[in-house]
Design a protein around this ligand. Structure first.
Ligand code: ADP
Ligand code: ASP
Ligand code: MG
Length: 418
């Protein structure tokens, strides 16, 4: 089997879906499992629906209608001449969504989130499945929730590998062309769970692992993995080959082209991951596999924007050692602050965090009871792997204040004031 993954950008409109079929026809689709995300920005739209629902549960969220129209329009563009049953399927899925919202009694935001947000992937895969059939490709629609089994940690569920693997082997490998959803799974009570935003790459890796796939290909709007996000950096270059270890490092530091969890399962079975352009399917793209660390061996640039630098020092000049550090980390965990970088000296401790859940104020209040606290918001964290003199120039040329700098033999990181 081969596993393909198509993200939201690749299927944002009818032209994108037609292109997906062309990619399959060009590359071949025998013994292929295709994992698809929600179309375009549908997941964001569903997040809006959930917010509106929690603001006033007595009203039907107004953002449902435009999302329905968006999917109906894609279906109408794909089947301009005849009425296809997909139109009824879309109506039914939206009925199901409304009926869930009407009957739901759970006040648990994360539970409701997963039940609602998963409709994006159900809609996209149903539309694509019907269109493939219409184009003469014998597609089989697989409900990923019957395969991907997780715990109850809604919005960022953890996989039960054993059950998932046997489910996928039973259900995923029998048909020649399978279409399924990324991002979604279910728990032991069969409630829908999700693997975290951008989790479809991870789903593709899970299917690839369980099926002992010969390769996993993620089709993107870029030629492959570049040595920097082209939206942020100029003159980026394509990386032809990256080792699993190097790719894990890049993804961990924030190279958002690959979801960080994607690589571990593939590395365990040495399944190659290809990152290719859906606009140019015959081009080689990037291969993440056993072999050279990085080819070409050039610096790789990653930026995480809008981070927060917290600088702590002891009030009484006492040392910041294990006991304080463990207290600080306990708080960072409690207030759900992903830690991006740390640095310490005898009486000071600096930490760069992502204020993902907007709990900075609460955290700072607690910290002030034991430390002098200085907070700098809206900083950029630059990470440069395989740092060289040219990369150093890049940082200096920014002409911005460097608040903190840290280097190891392979990685240099800079916190820069914006
Ligand atoms: P998907 O449609 O699969 O969700 P994403 O939007 O998550 O795709 O990933 C593709 C985007 O990742 C590109 O448009 C690009 O802006 C961004 N990106 C970030 N870092 C890199 C990198 N190192 N190389 C290529 N693209 C990158
Ligand atoms: N649709 C989900 C999201 O937008 C999953 C994914 O695209 O990977 O986060
Ligand atoms: Mg994505």
């Amino acid at each position: 089997m081969k596993v393909f993954k198509f993200g939201g950008a690749s299927v944002k409109d009818a032209a994108g879906v037609i292109n997906l079929v062309n990619v399959l026809k060009t590359i071949g689709y025998k013994d292929t499992l295709v994992v698809v995300s929600a179309m375009g920005k549908s997941t964001n739209a569903l997040e809006d629906i959930i917010k509106q629902y929690f603001q006033d549960k007595s009203k039907t969220p107004s953002s449902i209608l435009p999302l329905k129209e968006y999917h109906l329009q894609i279906a109408k563009d794909l089947f301009p001449d005849q009425k296809n049953e997909i139109i009824d399927v879309i109506h039914e899925l939206f009925e199901e969504l409304l009926s869930f919202l009407k009957s739901n009694k759970s006040p648990d935001y994360s539970f409701v989130y997963d039940q609602v947000v998963s409709f994006g992937e159900l809609l996209s895969t149903k539309i694509i499945h019907h269109f493939l059939r219409h184009q003469g490709l014998e597609s089989f629609w697989l409900d990923a929730r019957n395969c991907i089994k997780t715990d109850d940690y809604y919005r960022s569920a953890n996989l039960n590998w054993d059950v998932t693997q046997s489910n996928i082997q039973l259900q995923g490998g029998n048909e020649s062309l399978v279409v399924t959803q990324g991002f979604i799974g279910s728990n032991s009570n069969n409630f829908t769970t999700t693997l975290g935003r951008e989790g479809s790459d991870y789903s593709a890796a899970i299917f690839g692992y369980a099926l002992n796939a010969e390769s996993v290909t993620i089709w993107k709007d870029v030629p492959g993995v570049l040595n920097g996000d082209p939206r942020e950096f100029q003159n980026t270059q394509l990386l032809n080959q990256i080792s699993y270890r190097e790719a894990i490092e890049l993804a961990f530091y924030g190279a958002s082209v690959i979801h960080p969890k994607t690589l571990q399962p593939l590395q365990r079975k040495e399944i190659p991951l290809y990152v290719k352009s859906f606009e140019n399917p015959l081009a080689a793209g990037t291969s993440v596999s056993k072999g050279k660390t990085l080819d070409p061996h050039i610096p790789c640039y990653i930026v995480k924007k809008d981070q927060v630098l917290i600088q702590l020092s002891s009030i009484d000049f006492s040392f910041i050692v294990e006991e304080n550090i463990s207290y600080i980390f306990g708080l960072l965990h409690e207030y759900q602050m992903p830690v991006e970088l740390i640095q310490n000296s005898a009486i000071s401790f600096s930490v760069c965090v992502n204020n993902k859940y907007k709990r900075l104020e609460e955290l700072v209040l607690v910290l002030r009871s034991r430390f002098n606290v200085e907070v700098t918001e809206a900083v950029d964290l630059f990470t440069i792997r395989h740092f060289d003199s040219k990369a150093s120039q890049f940082i200096n040329n920014k002409g911005k204040q460097i608040l903190l700098e840290q280097r190891t033999s392979e990685t240099a990181q800079f916190i820069i004031k914006t």
